[in-house]
Design a protein around this ligand. Sequence first.
Ligand code: S3P
Length: 170
Amino acid sequence: MKKNIVLTGFMGTGKTAVGKELAKILDRKVIDIDEEIEKKKGMAVTEIFREFGEEYFRTIETETIRAFAKSENLIIATGGGAVLRSENMDALKENGVVFCLCASPRVILDRTKGSEDRPLLNVENPAGKIEELLACRKAFYEKAGFMIDTEEKSPSEIAYEIVELMKCGK
Ligand code: S3P
């Protein structure tokens, strides 16, 4: 049995891209929780937020995480807010090693600007919103087994760093 590799971290830290690289390197399946939610509901995340609100999204997110956390040998890329519910992280940790990808607010702003599919940053002052959310979520992100700095690194470099950490059995 191989433990799942779980990627958490704020929006724009590269969870999806790193997940794809890891899947290639390790020949494992990657599950992107946001994509699974979109498939299940037949709606984009932005639409779900707009039509039903954030709490509804969080409930579907928890259901989706719970379903995949039971599997093994997966790469699971979560949405940036998945860390907020302890039940999500408890489920993911049961059979997975959790990595949190990190970047500074400036880099996050740069990587997310212009994107329409992040409802929480679709505001007048996205820089301020990033600072505010990061401050609220810091303690939640820090519960991961490993914090990985993603600045000035390619998704492939980050993926290899994670592979090495998994090899050490850490
Ligand atoms: C969210 C992050 C998004 C998505 C939703 C909420 C968040 O995922 O789940 O918009 O609360 O940080 P990404 O981190 O993949 O952008």
